[in-house]
Design a protein around this ligand. Structure first.
Ligand code: PLP
Length: 388
């Protein structure tokens, strides 16, 4: 019999259908709901992919990835953030960050083990442990994404196997500070659990704020898996490639999962990533600068919307405002926004139990669309106030 997956977080497919319908009947819907930067990938990415295909990189690669790419990743992490992982045995190349998360959980979770999520969270962190028969404990944070010390301490039990850290956070754009991370690392050491650190948007921090990782604390090194990807920061979502870095033991176990499932990412895709990592920083600086400008525009317009509550986030490309003053739950409001303003956002119910109060706005859109979309949103909220 096919397993029943109705307990997994809801997919936003129903809104996709509504969006398609509105687009057909009325014309374009501006998509603040999709967590995908509109940027083009680095200009070397496509030629390097084509070149690799033409040169015959079309056969299997080692399951944990080409050594040259593991070496390039190791150098990139070291140069960018002064973290060292040995390319021989502490890095694995994965077909997308999402699969890295899947293979990590597959490598460590036993049925009934608990996974702690700081909510709101990206829904995949919940779905994968549930698919693997783990248990998920959701611990609310304070807006935009601040650890609640008491709640997190209460949540840890002897069955806690993993705590998921995602900073900059999707959906809030919030950053965990150094103290928050130290507390998590201390708990992990004292209670002997792993930290899954998804730092997929690590360069995207603003106004002089700094990105911190649990790996900035030496004692986290043996119990933390770092997950990153080419998807967002190099706008290469369709290449399906990322990497994980951690202890030799963890990487070996993830390699077993990879061997017996996907056999690793495509060889020519890996060759393209080696090229991209030859000179990644000018591209990243440009992306951060552009996202920072978009963030400013977004915060300014949202700040002008009466009754919309939010704390300024300092990372990622998300804002997660509280819409409870409008007397509508987030799913109803999302539906009305699509129908009445041709603007799509993601309802908070995708990201947490209590998400009926919030919507997620991804502002990494082209400027023209961003400005038009925000204008439509502002008019929509104004109408909602006058209708009340
Ligand atoms: C927080 C976060 N982590 C990981 C991923 C996975 O990215 P990919 O599998 O494309 O590398 C996503 C994608 O939306 C994400 O938002």
């Amino acid at each position: 019999m096919v397993r029943n997956f109705s307990h997994l977080p809801a997919s936003p497919v129903s809104f996709n259908e509504l969006i398609r319908k509105v687009e057909k009947e009325k014309g374009g819907v501006i998509r603040f709901d999709v967590a995908q930067p509109y940027f083009n990938p680095p200009e070397t990415a496509i030629p390097a992919t084509v070149k690799a295909l033409n040169e015959g990189f079309i056969h299997y690669a080692p399951t944990r990835g080409l050594y040259e790419l593991r070496e390039a990743v190791s150098k990139f992490i070291k140069e960018a953030r002064n973290l060292f992982f040995n390319p021989e045995n502490e890095i694995i190349i994965v077909p997308g960050g999402k699969f890295g998360i899947f293979s990590f959980f597959s490598a460590v979770l036993e049925p009934g083990d608990q996974v702690i999520l700081l909510s709101p969270y990206w829904p995949t962190y919940k779905s994968i442990p549930l698919i693997l028969n783990g248990e998920v404990v959701e611990v609310p944070t304070l807006p935009p994404f601040k650890l609640d010390e008491e709640k997190i301490k209460e949540a840890v039990t002897c069955r806690t196997k993993v705590l998921v850290v995602n900073t900059p956070n999707n959906p809030t754009g919030g950053l965990l500070n150094k103290e928050d991370l130290k507390l998590i690392v201390d708990l992990a050491v004292d209670h002997n659990f792993y930290v899954l650190s998804d730092e997929i948007d690590w360069p995207l921090v603003y106004e002089g704020k700094k990105h911190y990782s649990p790996l900035n604390f030496e004692e986290a090194r043996e119990r933390t898996i770092l997950i990153e990807s080419f998807s967002k920061i190099f706008a290469m979502t369709g290449w399906r490639i990322g990497y994980a870095a951690g202890s030799k033991e963890l990487i070996e176990a993830m390699d077993v999962i990879q061997q017996h499932s996907v056999s690793g990412p495509a060889t020519f895709v890996q060759k393209a990533c080696i090229k991209v990592l030859e000179d990644p920083f000018p591209y990243l600086r440009k992306m951060v600068k552009e996202c920072s400008e978009k963030r400013k525009i977004t915060l300014k317009t949202l700040g002008e919307i009466k009754k919309l509550k939010f704390q300024k986030p300092y990372g990622g490309f998300f804002i997660y405002p509280d819409i409870s003053n409008y007397g509508l739950d987030s799913e109803t409001l999302t539906k009305e926004l699509i129908l009445e303003a041709q603007v799509a956002v993601a309802p908070g119910t995708m990201f947490e139990k209590e998400g009926f109060r919030n919507i997620r706005i991804c502002y990494a859109l082209k400027n023209q669309e961003l400005i038009e979309g925000l204008k439509r949103m502002k008019e929509f909220f104004k109408r909602k106030v006058s209708e009340k």
